[in-house]
Design a protein around this ligand. Structure first.
Ligand SMILES: Nc1ncnc2c1ncn2[C@@H]1O[C@H](COP(=O)(O)OP(=O)(O)OP(=O)(O)O)[C@@H](O)[C@H]1O
Ligand SMILES: O=C(O)[C@H](O)CO
Length: 456
């Protein structure tokens, strides 16, 4: 934008500038002559006074704009914590208190942000309103499943359809209505019963919201690369949700399914089709797998077998971990490690601790030891380069992982039980299974890749 850029303020996470310098990624920083002021805040992804000061600066900048000006807004996940501007009498501590209570009661990001939009001035279209009569262009990176523009970072430049009543109902649904601060109830009951959009006077024809980064784009890019590498590939879903360990079961079952299709002799004669159908039935319980999807995967595997190629399953979204232990980890590392536990069954019989591949006794069929096991690799990683409170993006594992862990003297199940996937992965094979890209500069949720190739 060169000299057209008059001034700007960005609100970014505490410590990100130092982290980028330390990672040798200075090219991602603004030059010292930049007209954009960088303000850090929201330590540990929680709104704080530093983030509130940055929000105030942004508000002042937007308020000063005139007809003929253009406000370019860059929005990414984490934006809700980075742009807090509570509406009096509600205070920042009270907004935090309410969101903490909601999160503990199991509220989704959409529910949390519905409330934030009602309690804060710049969310739910508030920034667009402050910028009037200037034109607004928002470039948005989506970190919410389904890419709902009005909920990503609580939609600072997007018309908002939530109502105060909806928030009060939500508190009741979550059974937290009695612990909500009085100021919050006062604010919600004093506002008229209408959507924010009806309450605001914004000329939306002058506001343009553009999605520039999504999980779907990331998965499509991954598929392009996988096709180029000669895999038969498919995007399973870009809306993968649920408990990380349960999703890992789905990938392990898929690995088994594809292996049976690719590798002859994993189950004997007539049992093969029976086994395949059994696996199909267990896969159909997962929302991202339908009869049609399974048909597609089966066709891919048949083609891959003919061409002696591998199958690549790509998937994305954001899973969750109900953290029970006091270990260190993230949803992707936990998913990879628990998938590795399941994948052990693909090791040659001699190396297996949990043997599920049956030995054959017919003289015509090969024994398990003679069958080349399929080659399987599974990756789960966060696209921002950071998985939970750890410095890595995720992990990549093979069926050998537990064997590697055993020779490094660590017990996989014990680590998993205390949600300590990061410490486990750093100890196995000197951390060779960790995915460590450093901060990537984007944040479009997580990605999983499963590769299955015929054994050699
Ligand atoms: N010890 C742990 N083991 C596994 N998962 C964990 C652990 N501690 C936290 N998590 C998970 O990490 C997530 C919180 O981390 P983070 O703050 O990076 O999430 P986020 O804000 O959703 O991240 P992102 O910016 O990648 O969207 C939660 O899903 C939580 O369940
Ligand atoms: O900032 C937020 O609200 C979340 O990251 C979702 O976008």
């Amino acid at each position: 934008m060169g000299s057209h850029l008059v001034r700007g303020v960005i609100s970014v996470p505490s410590g990100v500038v130092t982290a980028l310098v330390e990672a040798g990624k200075e090219d991602m920083l603004l030059s010292s002559q930049s007209r954009i002021r960088v303000m850090e805040g929201a330590k540990d992804n929680l709104p704080d006074q530093a983030a509130q000061a940055a929000a105030q600066e942004i508000h002042t900048l937007a308020n000063g704009l005139q007809d003929g000006d253009l406000l370019v807004v860059l929005i990414s996940g984490g934006g809700s914590a980075l742009l807090p501007a509570p509406i009096a009498p509600v205070t920042l501590d009270e907004v935090m208190d309410v969101t903490r209570r909601m999160a503990r009661a199991g509220a989704s990001i959409v529910q949390l942000n519905a409330v934030r939009k009602q309690l804060e001035a710049l969310k739910g279209g508030g920034l667009a309103e402050a910028a009037q009569p200037a034109r607004v262009i928002s470039l948005i990176l989506s970190d919410v499943i389904g890419d709902p523009l009005d909920f990503i970072a609580s939609g600072p430049t997007v018309p908002d359809r939530t109502t105060p009543e909806e928030c009060l109902d939500l508190f009741a649904q979550l059974s937290i209505q009695d612990s909500i601060p009085e100021s919050v109830k006062t604010l919600l009951t004093s506002t008229k019963s209408e959507t924010q959009d009806q309450a605001r006077s914004v000329d939306w024809s002058r506001v343009h919201n553009v999605l520039v980064g999504t999980n779907k784009i990331a998965c499509e890019k991954a598929k392009e690369t996988s096709d180029e590498l000669g895999y038969q590939s498919i995007i399973l879903s870009t809306e993968q949700e649920g408990e990380a360990r349960e999703v890992s079961q789905m990938f392990a079952t898929l690995a088994s399914y594809i292996s049976h299709l690719l590798v002859d002799g994993l189950s004997s004669g007539n049992n093969r089709e029976e086994e395949i159908q059994k696996l199909e039935r267990s896969l159909l319980v997962y929302p991202s797998l339908s009869v049609d999807k399974l048909k597609e995967i089966r066709q891919l595997a048949v083609r891959a077998k003919e061409m002696q190629r591998g199958v690549c399953i790509i998937s994305g979204g954001e899973t969750t971990v109900m953290v029970k232990g006091n270990g260190r980890g993230g949803r992707n590392q936990e998913m990879a490690v628990s998938a590795a536990l399941e994948l052990q069954r693909f090791l040659p019989a001699s190396a297996q601790t949990d043997l599920t591949v049956q030995k054959q006794d017919s003289s015509t069929s090969k024994t398990c030891d003679e069958i080349s096991p399929p080659s399987i690799v599974f990756l789960a990683a966060g696209t921002d380069g950071q998985d939970g409170p750890t410095p890595v993006a995720g992990a990549v594992v093979s069926p050998r992982f537990c064997e590697q862990a055993q020779s490094s003297g660590v017990n996989v199940i014990e680590f998993l039980d205390r949600n300590d996937s990061y410490n486990l992965l750093t100890q196995v094979d000197e951390g060779a299974n960790l995915v460590v890209p450093g901060l990537t500069g984007t944040n479009v949720m997580d990605i999983q890749v499963l590769l299955v190739k015929p054994g050699v």
